[in-house]
Write a protein that binds this ligand. Structure first.
Ligand code: PHE
Length: 344
């Protein structure tokens, strides 16, 4: 067996010398050193030798195996080098070629609208307040004057979680309560904030409604805030956002957390009021819901409604973006289709 071992060793070494490509090397490796390789099999057979020969044989076999491994590694490195220089010669590398351009992303159209909205409200003294997306039922509804089982809850189809009472916010209005608790210092400080962020509604998805969308809520509290302040402030915002000559109108509406409640329309951006498919031939486009903060909500936020008042509004940046660019389908916003996104 010892002669056999030496013979395999010399043969393997001789063959290794002639190998010039990676595939042949792998084949060689399998044949001699692999799991069923010739050297491996001999080593395993050590046990069949008479007791007194085993140690010497084992030692020798191990040494030869290590020598072959080392020779293999050396050869493999040389072959890899040779292959590399060969391929460089065959297809020379032009290091002066310009590199591949890394695609640069752009801002999502909604993000662009949001930033415009932030900038305008900032100029008017409103700070951004970030409120949570995952809300409790109390803050999303009850504290906003929508008690359990109140039919007004039907206005917001809700995503529930597996934890009872924990939901995805259906609007940014619960942020009003959180802002009052955070900034109000127990109902002693005036507040001017906007609260932007995603809202979630369990709705049939269509060209006009998605199950997730942004809102920008606004809240002002103070000692003498009146409906005229609300109307003036929103009108000023609309003019800065859509153009100084745009007409703005207010219509009576209903929200449980404002009293009185209004909806705000501006003259259609696309047709200027003449009537077109975007404004459904009315000449007007709805941009926000708003109203004077309901006394119950002020109270729940820690403010005494006999001394304090406030206004609130909620606007939809995706809807605004659709109106400005004449986008027909809200589903484009989250479809992640670059052909859509690259247009902005
Ligand atoms: N939260 C209301 C909605 O989602 C909008 C709104 C906000 C109305 C603030 C009035 C005041 O429809």
């Amino acid at each position: 067996m010892l002669e056999q071992l030496d013979a395999i060793y010399s043969q393997a070494l001789a063959r290794l010398d002639g190998l010039t490509d990676g595939e042949a090397l792998a084949e060689w490796q399998r044949r001699y050193l692999g799991k069923k390789g010739e050297i491996t099999l001999l080593l395993r057979a050590t046990g069949t030798l008479p007791q007194e020969q085993r140690a010497a044989f084992g030692q020798r076999a191990n040494a030869l195996r290590d020598a072959l491994s080392a020779a293999y590694t050396e050869r493999a490195t040389a072959v890899r080098q040779a292959e590399l220089s060969r391929s460089l010669e065959e297809a020379p590398l032009d290091v002066t070629l310009p590199g591949r351009r890394v695609p640069v992303g752009g801002l999502h159209p909604t993000t662009q609208t949001l930033r415009q909205i932030y900038a305008i409200w900032a100029e008017m003294g409103f700070q951004v307040f970030r409120s949570r997306d995952v809300e409790d039922d109390d803050t999303n509804f009850t504290l906003l004057n929508i008690p359990p089982h109140h039919p007004a809850r039907d206005m917001w189809d809700t995503f529930h979680t597996t934890t009872p009472g924990v939901i995805l916010r259906t609007h940014t209005s619960p942020g009003q309560i959180r802002a009052m608790h955070t900034y109000g210092e127990n109902g002693t400080q005036p507040i001017r904030v906007i609260l932007p962020g995603m809202c979630y509604r369990y709705e049939q998805i269509s060209a006009r409604s998605e199950i997730q969308f942004n809102q920008v809520e606004g809240l002002a509290t103070g000692r003498n805030i009146r409906l005229t302040d609300l109307k003036g402030t929103i009108t000023e915002f609309a003019r800065r956002m859509f153009g100084p000559d745009k007409r703005v109108r207010f219509r009576g509406s209903y929200f449980p957390f404002t009293e009185p409640s209004l909806e705000v329309d501006i003259e259609c951006i696309l047709c200027g009021g003449d009537g077109c498919p975007v404004c459904k031939y009315t000449g007007w486009i709805e941009i926000a819901g708003c109203g004077m903060v309901h006394p119950v909500v002020l109270q729940n936020g820690g403010y005494d409604p006999r001394e304090w008042s406030g206004f609130a509004f909620g606007m939809g940046p995706e809807r605004m973006t659709m109106n400005v660019h004449g986008i027909q389908d809200i589903r484009y916003f989250w479809q992640n289709d670059l052909r859509f996104l690259e247009q902005f």
